[in-house]
Design a protein around this ligand. Structure first.
Ligand code: AGP
Length: 378
């Protein structure tokens, strides 16, 4: 066991730090040399791309982390494909018997490919005649067998670490976003109007492993932060746009492994209810200062400062000086990458924070309370 963990104390830590390699493996699906000829080849989908493009809508279905990865990818799939994307938590789709049509493409995202809620939603979508696409990490899983077509993420399947539920998940989230961006590129096809954007995304994908390595250098800083937050009652994470999913996923990690109350909040909802006070720490995402969304996020940051929460702002490198945060706020900088890939980088500091909080709070990183390898019951 110790050999498998190498220089790391825990599998979770190892998996977080091995993401540059897992992303490289996932990206072997990208072929091509010169920019012009760079293409994304998703063999498992190639016979179905036309049907997906002509769908009335694309429905993303998943649970937990997989749902969050799908949510992070929703804007780019909509942008490149022009097809509306709706989100479904698998159990809720089944509970509501929500509408699924023959003209829909339902995309099921699951690391294990064995999650009962997701499989039940899949049966339901199959009965309703939708084209069902599976995005999974597990070759031969029920999800892979039952869907009409799909993509294997190829993240971490060669790492034979199956002892904890945390295994593969940290790989899975970032690799799932990468595969979904590739799905967006494949479904978007080679429309001239998207050419510049497409090339920027492909370049961004190829740059990801080195940028993830750069983000992992924040490890010590995140440990310091964990020491500061160790006795907090709660961590609220605010994000918008591409980073709403980052906020949800970061909060989920803090809840499930560090066993600290945490909530991911859509920053636009700040003025509609959440009341952070002194006992809350707030992590806020500020990206792409040129975007409209960023000036709105700045106003959320000002509101958070006014409420005297312990405020931590994450922004892209070089932006901290121009961010009008002032005060005693702590700033964490991550490298900049094409917007749709930014969630891959942004979640990593939160994974590190969750890991260090878990260790410092004395919880068992290897066997997290109440978590099973895959949730095969409803
Ligand atoms: C694991 O870290 C997750 N928190 C958990 O929510 C998981 O994503 C969920 O149970 C779905 O699992 P799946 O991806 O294997 O379907």
């Amino acid at each position: 066991e110790q050999i498998n963990k190498g220089k790391y104390m825990h599998y979770m830590q190892k998996e977080i730090h091995e993401q540059p390699e897992s992303l490289t493996t996932t990206m072997r699906l990208i072929r091509g040399g010169a920019c012009k000829s760079k293409t994304v080849l998703l063999r498992g989908l190639k016979d179905h791309l036309k049907t997906i493009r002509r769908s009335r809508r694309i429905v993303f279905v998943g649970c937990g982390t997989s749902y969050n990865a799908a949510l992070a990818s929703r804007p780019i799939v909509e942008e490149l494909s022009g097809v509306p994307v709706t989100m479904e938590v698998a159990s809720d789709l089944v509970d509501r018997q929500g509408p699924i049509y023959r003209e829909d493409t339902a995309v099921f995202v699951s690391q294990s490919g064995e999650t009962a809620d997701t499989l039940q939603a899949l049966d339901y979508a199959l009965e309703n005649g939708a084209l069902c696409v599976g995005i999974t990490n597990t070759v031969g899983s029920a999800l892979a067998r039952k869907t009409h077509c799909g993509v294997h993420i190829k993240a971490g399947c060669e790492i034979g670490v199956a002892s904890t539920k945390a295994s593969n998940w940290h790989f899975a989230y970032t690799s799932q976003i990468v595969v979904m961006a590739m799905l967006a590129l494949a479904v978007g096809g080679d429309m001239i109007s998207n050419e510049t954007r497409r090339e920027a995304i492909i370049d961004g994908l190829l740059d990801l492993p080195s940028k993830v390595k750069a983000v992992l250098k924040l490890d010590e800083e995140m440990k310091d932060l964990a020491e500061l937050l160790i006795s907090e009652q709660s961590l609220l994470v605010f994000g918008r746009g591409y980073n709403y999913a980052t906020a949800l996923e970061g909060a989920l990690k803090v809840k499930e492994v560090a066993l600290m109350h945490s909530e991911g909040i859509l920053a636009g909802e700040m003025k509609h209810g959440p009341q952070p006070s002194n006992c809350f720490s707030c992590l806020s995402y500020l990206f792409h200062k040129h975007l409209f969304c960023c000036s709105k996020q700045q106003s959320v940051i000002q509101q958070l400062q006014a409420r005297k929460g312990r405020l931590i702002v994450m922004c892209t490198k070089g932006d901290s000086a121009s961010v009008s945060v002032g005060g005693s706020c702590r700033v964490i900088e991550v490298p900049h990458v094409e917007d749709c890939l930014q969630p891959v980088l942004n979640v990593i500091p939160l994974q590190l924070l969750a890991y260090h909080l878990t260790v410092l709070r004395g919880h068992n990183v290897a066997q997290t309370r109440n978590l099973a390898k895959s949730v095969t019951t409803q």
